[in-house]
Design a protein around this ligand. Structure first.
Ligand code: CP
Ligand code: NVA
Length: 308
């Protein structure tokens, strides 16, 4: 049984297999109604529970459609309405859901709770975002870059702004998929030192956003205030100089792609002209959440990737 908890726990060859399967399935169903199943419906009869402790638009809808397109069906649980919010333990929740569904996706406030759910589950558990990481997002991001620029191996990706959960998953991916990640972030908002060190030479961290972006094939931004962050004023003051705008994009390679996991805050982390301009692929990126999710689900069930 495979859990999809973080990209550093997935074999590099399996990350490659997920990206390839996502692209293959996307191409194979072009033009179909979005609710129609893929021809092979490889997860027919399988149920996916989706448990949310935080808001979501993309993750919720993409997992819902992903399991349906694979032939299965979703079961949606808001943590606020489930017994978990009245004190039922995560361990018991994991045991109960494991008896009723074939896989679980959890968007958790605390990464430790995701790990606890996985520890007690007897079916695959997928990380749908925690305070520490967002691995599904990065698979969609890399898929999007490959659609535009070809293989991501050997490319340079810049991350500008908060060294947050999404950034952490980019750090996991860089050495495993062979791209360079250059992070521009202010003091107090840099990613964890140990995480950067684990990535070896694949990841570099800069104070100056222009240095991070210089010559990059892609520039990525995310909100300055993530779900659960309380220090909005301090964040805005420290991070506004890290806005991705036309001036900063001009320092990247010609034709560099702009990505943002969304939801976006125009004229905060990114200027409107950049996110709504020709270099932006943010809506391809959002759509690709669906295609990437399908490949992740197939990997969890051992249908793609190396033999578990
Ligand atoms: N990018 C992302 O995870 O979006 P949602 O919060 O809408 O799921
Ligand atoms: N860093 C953001 C990502 C949202 C998809 C957050 O955690 O709120």
């Amino acid at each position: 049984m495979r859990h999809f908890l973080d990209l550093d726990a997935v074999a590099p060859g399996d990350l490659r297999a997920i990206l390839d399967e996502a692209a293959r399935r996307k191409a194979a169903r072009r033009g179909r109604p979005k609710g129609a199943a893929d021809d092979d419906a490889p997860l027919a009869g399988h149920a996916l529970a989706m448990l949310f402790e935080k808001n979501s638009t993309r993750t919720r809808v993409s997992f819902d459609l992903a399991i349906r397109q694979l032939g299965g069906f979703p079961v949606l649980l808001s943590a606020a309405e489930a017994q978990i919010s009245r004190g039922e333990s995560i361990a018991d929740t994991a045991r109960v859901l494991s008896r009723m569904v074939d896989a679980m996706m959890f968007r958790a406030n605390r990464h430790a709770d995701l790990l606890e759910l996985a520890q007690h589950a007897t079916v695959p558990v997928i990380n749908g975002l925690t305070d520490a990481s967002h691995p599904c997002q990065i698979m969609a991001d890399l898929m999007t870059l490959e659609e535009v620029q070809g293989p991501v191996a050997g490319r340079t990706i810049a991350w500008v702004g908060d060294g947050n959960n999404v950034c952490n998953s980019f750090i996991h991916a860089a050495p495993r998929l062979g791209f360079a990640l250059r992070i521009g972030a202010p003091a107090g908002f840099k990613p964890p030192r140990a995480l950067v060190a684990e990535a070896g030479g694949a990841v570099e961290v800069f104070d100056d956003p222009a240095e991070a972006v210089a010559g990059a094939d892609a520039v990525c931004a995310d909100t300055f205030v993530s779900m659960g962050d309380t220090n909005k004023a301090e964040r805005m003051q420290a991070l506004m100089p890290y806005q991705v705008n036309a001036g900063l994009m001009a320092k990247a390679a010609p034709g560099a792609v702009f990505l943002h996991c969304l939801p976006a805050h125009r004229d905060e982390e990114v200027s409107s002209d950049v996110i709504d301009g020709p270099q932006s692929h943010v809506f391809d990126e959002a759509e690709n959440r669906l295609h990437a999710q399908k490949a992740i689900l197939l990997w969890c069930f051992g249908l793609i990737g190396s033999t578990p």
